[in-house]
Design a protein around this ligand. Structure first.
Ligand SMILES: [Zn+2]
Length: 413
């Protein structure tokens, strides 16, 4: 907990916490982390994507590796725990292994991913993509500019990384037993359950879309109601319908976070309204069916109000499932610690999404106060972190033990 506070001092802004990819604050954070890693007996290295990795090498050879960690970049004006807590819990595990002089048949790599939030270059997961072998040295992304006009390639080089070595940042999937990401829940469900931790089943898939209703603008006083082509009542009906559809389905979340009304003037009948939808569910087919129902309602309601409706654009991100065997190990560890093994789907994206494409991946949620996240009021209880650490401790020991037995090798998801 003290280290969370110390890391939070490494900020790019004079007030509050903002720590961006390859920034001075990230460098400061790395100096502190590397010091703690070294005294925990870890060998540290900076990879070509700016990830800081501390390795506890198993003396039993040949050894595969268990990865534990999360990201150390933040959003603007962030809380102290999103990302950082997962890295520091990995570090605490390494310290415990050192204290206990435990000899695991696997190596343990504690990873501080360089970039997850997508703030500096408007693209997320730079660090975990490199580790998963999904960011090569010839990737066009390296030419992308940040808001100050700095290329990603140059940001990395300025941080002491060699982007031509990006291919070498990838782990070989057969050599990885599992990746476990401890992370704050960033939602209010564990508080409702009165539980410190939960096993994450997967990360919800997402549909983002924009419906545009087009009518005819006019004077608010002179156009009779039955002669109007007002797109806003149609849009309002769609917003209500979206809310009802999602409320009726377990695990579905739908948000209209933005309405753009043209011309947005109090005494003018609108000409156009754009409705931005964000729809998420762990089951891609259910999400797809819900989206179709929303789309049909949009078309129908446009007809009722004599306006046009366009589905202007639509983006899809499929759901990611966590590895069943890793989940089972986390669940068993919780039971052994007298904790109810709650299962939760994650509505937010995490490095685990990228890692799960290549490695057996699990995500452990730790309760946070009020579900508040991406905000300075983010808060976790030391006792909850301790519960999470006990679960992690049992889990990495179990994973290491299992992988020694060929019939129980944890495969690549
Ligand atoms: Zn995060």
């Amino acid at each position: 907990m003290q280290r969370c506070a110390l890391l939070a001092q490494c900020s790019d802004s004079p007030s509050g916490l903002t720590r961006l990819f390859c920034s001075d604050a990230m460098r400061d954070a790395h100096v502190r982390l590397a010091e703690w890693m070294t005294s925990a007996g870890l060998q540290t290295r900076l990879d070509a994507a700016g990830n800081l990795i501390g390795r506890r090498q198993s003396s039993i050879q040949p050894a595969r590796t268990i990865l534990v960690g999360s990201h150390v970049d933040t959003v603007v004006n962030a809380g102290w725990y999103d990302g950082a807590l997962g890295v520091l819990m990995g570090l605490a595990l390494a310290e415990l292994l050192q204290e206990e002089q435990a000899e695991l048949p696997t190596s343990l790599d504690v990873i501080a991913f360089s970039e997850e939030e997508g703030v500096r270059f408007q693209t997320p997961y730079i660090g975990s993509r490199a580790v998963a072998g999904d960011l090569q040295s010839d990737d066009p992304l390296l030419k992308r500019l940040d808001s100050a006009g700095v290329r990603m390639h140059d940001a990395l080089a300025g941080f002491g990384c060699d982007p031509s070595e990006l291919d070498a940042a990838a782990y070989d999937p057969p050599q990885v037993v599992a990746f476990i990401e401890p992370h704050i829940e960033q939602g209010p469900v564990l508080e409702r359950y009165d539980a410190p931790v939960a096993v994450v089943t997967g990360v919800a898939g997402q549909t983002r879309a924009c419906f545009r209703f087009i009518g005819v603008s006019g004077h608010a006083g002179t156009v009779p109601m039955n002669m109007r082509r007002d797109p806003l009542p149609a849009a309002a009906s769609l917003v209500c319908q979206i809310n009802e559809l999602a409320t009726a389905q377990t695990g579905m979340v739908a948000t209209v976070g933005q309405l753009q009304v043209q011309p947005n003037v109090g005494n003018v009948i609108p000409s156009e309204v754009a409705v931005r939808l964000d729809l998420r569910h762990l089951d891609d087919q259910q999400r797809e069916a819900c989206f179709e129902a929303i789309h049909q309602h949009a078309v129908a309601v446009a007809g009722e109000h004599n306006v046009d409706c366009l589905l202007e654009w639509r983006q899809e991100q499929p759901a990611t499932r966590c590895d069943g065997r890793c989940m089972a190990v986390l669940e068993q560890s919780m039971t052994a610690e007298n904790l109810t093994p709650h299962l939760l789907a994650s509505g937010a994206g995490h490095d685990a999404v990228v890692m799960a494409q290549k490695f057996a991946t699990a995500l452990l949620f730790v309760r946070c106060r009020g579900g508040v996240s991406h905000h300075p009021d983010e808060s976790v209880e030391p006792a909850d972190v301790q519960a999470g650490l006990r679960v992690l401790w049992r889990s990495i020991n179990k994973l290491a033990e299992n992988q020694r037995q060929p019939q129980q090798v944890v495969g690549v998801s």
